[in-house]
Design a protein. Structure first.
Length: 286
């Protein structure tokens, strides 16, 4: 999973901002978890929650986080949830913690103070994020491979969770997440020509969404000059805002749908050491 710091601000910098000051507590750790895929997923979800509570440096950081939330929750947050966070200027002021960025959306007098903004993020984490994380874990709990061995086993099974970098130990999810990240980063950066959009960007986005992307997008970039200009000819703040919005509205829902379906079908494998494919014999269908 991508380091949370790249989504916005460093969560370690802000961890004591909740009026209190209580240090972060460490969950129990196991040298040999029996279902390491669940341990990996839970680890990534805790990282996701920490970065949410810490807040974000800017709107683009929140957009990146929304994509990572799609992966860590296995698509269990509805697409409109991400849209509402990204498109509401008042909510942006509670999620972006850099003052100069917050003041772009509302007058300074209307801004919540840092403590109240963090309380709002805590409330949303409790009501929305944690239930989505729980649903995701339930979804794979019994298809996650169990690794056990007894003292007489000459070759005991052991999976080092620290070495597992695929979401829920599913390489198919990791591969898809990497493609989707590339599409988002290239979209945020803009393009040198419309050829790059038609030849590479849209085809990779189609692959990354397993065909869920709107079929008219490629022709829209060819025929709609104002749309094309925002991605090719301009790089001012208005164009950047437009690209972030376009990705939130047109790409995140398709990526979310792809991840939700793939979560039921991606096989489990160990990164490092043992390479045996432990995919379940039969996957549930939806």
């Amino acid at each position: 999973m991508t380091n949370a710091i790249t989504w916005g601000v460093d969560p370690d910098v802000d961890e004591d901002s909740d009026a209190g000051t209580s240090p972060r507590i460490d969950p129990p750790s196991f040298n040999k978890p029996t279902r390491p895929a669940l341990e990996t997923l839970s680890r990534d979800q805790r990282e996701l929650l920490r970065s949410w509570l810490a807040g974000f440096a800017d709107r683009a950081g929140l957009l990146r986080w929304c994509h990572e939330a799609t992966i860590a929750t296995l698509g269990q947050l509805p697409p409109e949830w991400h849209r509402d966070r990204l498109m509401s200027l008042s909510e942006l002021t509670t999620l972006v913690v850099v003052d100069a960025e917050r003041e772009r959306w509302l007058d300074q007098d209307a801004l919540l103070d840092a403590e109240r903004a963090r309380e709002w993020r805590l409330a949303v984490a409790s009501s929305d994020l944690i239930p989505a994380c729980q649903t995701a874990l339930r979804r794979i709990r019994w298809s996650a491979v169990e690794y056990t061995s007894d003292h007489d086993d000459d070759n005991p099974a052991y999976v080092d969770v620290a070495d597992q970098d695929e979401p829920a130990m599913r390489p198919g999810l990791g591969e898809t997440a990497t493609r989707q990240r590339w599409v988002i980063e290239r979209g945020l950066a803009g393009f040198d020509s419309r050829d790059e959009i038609v030849e590479s960007w849209i085809p990779v986005a189609i692959h990354a969404s397993f065909g869920e992307l709107d079929e008219s997008l490629a022709s829209a970039f060819w025929s709609e000059r104002p749309l094309r200009a925002m991605f090719v000819d301009r790089d001012d703040p208005a164009a950047q805002f437009y690209r972030e919005s376009f990705l939130a509205l047109e790409f995140l829902p398709a990526f979310n749908a792809a991840v939700e379906q793939l979560a039921d079908r991606a096989g489990e494998a160990v990164s490092g050491g043992e390479k045996t494919d432990h995919s379940p014999a039969k996957y549930p269908t939806r």
